[in-house]
Design a protein around this ligand. Structure first.
Ligand SMILES: Cc1cc2nc3c(=O)[nH]c(=O)nc-3n(C[C@H](O)[C@H](O)[C@H](O)COP(=O)(O)OP(=O)(O)OC[C@H]3O[C@@H](n4cnc5c(N)ncnc54)[C@H](O)[C@@H]3O)c2cc1C
Length: 385
């Protein structure tokens, strides 16, 4: 659902110009420094990029799902680090509060996240709870007016720089699986919370990912999301269902960028007396990219509209994430092929970096295999209904 087409069109133009004028010229700098410079973060904050999905009453844009993915499709047409910097605030780092937070929790934290003054993150994964997300072993024990959290979260995007952590922990040790889990908002500075240094990774330089260590970490009971125990997994699934559509848009943007670069290269690179775009085998590589990008974009927008209409999009959201992330991997591979040696050499094109950056999409927020299983399970459910 688009509430004001002119306003959205203006925003899209602003983001497109920003990506071209600020993000693209700074991609190498971000990769080399392994961080997004402060002045660029401040610029993104001033433009409201951190608050797209947060309701207007808390200082955000209050974007509908369709508006959010439309903006995400633009912002992600550059190095992943830029959108990852804001992406936890517009996605998994705020959504638990937006979806299930109490009025007090929203009033306290959402303005911080919307303005970019605070960076959020979402801490579900643990060393022994990856694809099996319900195997969370981190515990939260009630003690007077507090909960005491103990455990270790791994692979958490923005953990090394985050101020606010949505932590999924087990409040009921006697109830295994999803039902014993609860969500908490933990602030950096609360005694017992620490984070690791950023990991060394295959790609996504400039996007810090690390561990969250909770040792006897005291969190006020007021920070139990929604104020109710046992709702944590439901909250996590609400977060992830929306995020799957959002992430599918964020997979499509880099594919568009790689395709643009590959197409321009194919038009200018000459071999055998002509531009390589005029060779049918190269044209086929490009046509397959263009076709799949269009399919992903259509799927994302259709699913976003369905979510805005209040429809159950569990199946479509999984299809979106699975298709767009795999599609992006195929586009990256074809882009390297179109660039030839220049696609492999970092000194000659950014394609090598994009290729490494986008490999992650098929792993996080549900691996492709988990989505394949989910798509079949949801289809079975729909057929039985
Ligand atoms: C850079 C990065 C950032 C991340 N950011 C976050 C974050 O912000 N917050 C967060 O909570 N998590 C985050 N994650 C964690 C991510 O969601 C998990 O890595 C992912 O869910 C997979 O879990 P795993 O790594 O333990 O792999 P495993 O679950 O061990 O999977 C290994 C392989 O086994 C396959 N497999 C597992 N179970 C099945 C099955 N039942 N059927 C078929 N195949 C199966 C998987 O598909 C995969 O191929 C991030 C990960 C990375 C690498």
């Amino acid at each position: 659902m688009i509430r004001d087409a002119d306003k959205l069109a203006n925003l899209v133009t602003e983001v497109r110009d920003w990506v071209r004028d600020v993000a693209h010229p700074n991609e190498d700098r971000v990769a080399e420094a392994n961080e997004v410079p402060d002045e660029i973060v401040a610029d993104m904050a001033a433009r409201g990029f951190f608050g797209w999905s947060i309701p207007a009453e808390f200082g955000g844009l209050g974007a509908t799902t369709e508006e959010l993915v439309t903006l995400a499709l633009e912002l992600s047409q550059c190095s992943v680090a830029f959108r990852a910097r804001v992406g936890t605030n517009t996605g998994i780092g705020s959504e638990a509060l937006v979806a299930d937070g109490t009025a007090d929790q929203k009033a306290r934290y959402l303005p911080e996240l919307a303005s970019g003054r605070a960076t959020g993150c979402f801490a579900l994964t643990e060393p022994d709870a990856g694809s099996e997300a319900t195997a969370v072993a981190t515990t939260a024990r009630r003690d007077g007016d507090d909960y005491v959290l103990d455990g270790r979260k791994c692979y958490i995007t923005n953990a090394p720089i985050a101020d606010l952590f949505t932590v999924i922990a087990r409040t009921d040790p006697d109830t295994p699986g999803a039902r014993g889990l609860s969500a908490f908002i933990v602030e950096r500075g609360m005694a017992g919370l620490s984070t690791s240094a950023p990991y060394r990774m295959m790609g996504q330089a400039g996007s810090p990912v690390g561990e969250v260590i909770l040792e006897n970490c005291r969190v006020p009971a007021a920070n139990l999301v929604g104020g109710k125990e046992g709702e944590g997994f439901r909250t996590a699934m609400r977060v992830l269902n929306k995020q799957r559509i959002h992430l599918a848009a964020l997979c499509t943007g880099p594919a568009i960028r790689m395709f643009d670069l590959a197409f321009a290269h194919a038009e200018t690179r000459r071999q055998f007396g002509k531009a390589i775009v005029d060779f049918q085998l190269v044209a086929a590589l490009l046509a397959d990219c263009q076709t799949e990008i269009h399919a992903a974009r259509a799927l994302v927008l259709e699913t976003a509209r369905a979510r805005d209409e209040g429809k159950d999009i569990a199946l479509q959201a999984s299809i979106c994430k699975y298709f767009a992330s795999e599609m992006c991997g195929r586009v990256a591979d074809r882009a390297v092929q179109v660039f030839g040696g220049a696609g492999y050499v970092a000194d000659h094109s950014p394609i090598e970096r994009y290729y490494r950056d986008v490999r992650l999409f098929r792993l996080y927020e549900g691996t492709s295999q988990i989505h394949q299983l989910n798509i079949t399970r949801q289809t079975q459910k729909a057929r039985a209904a």
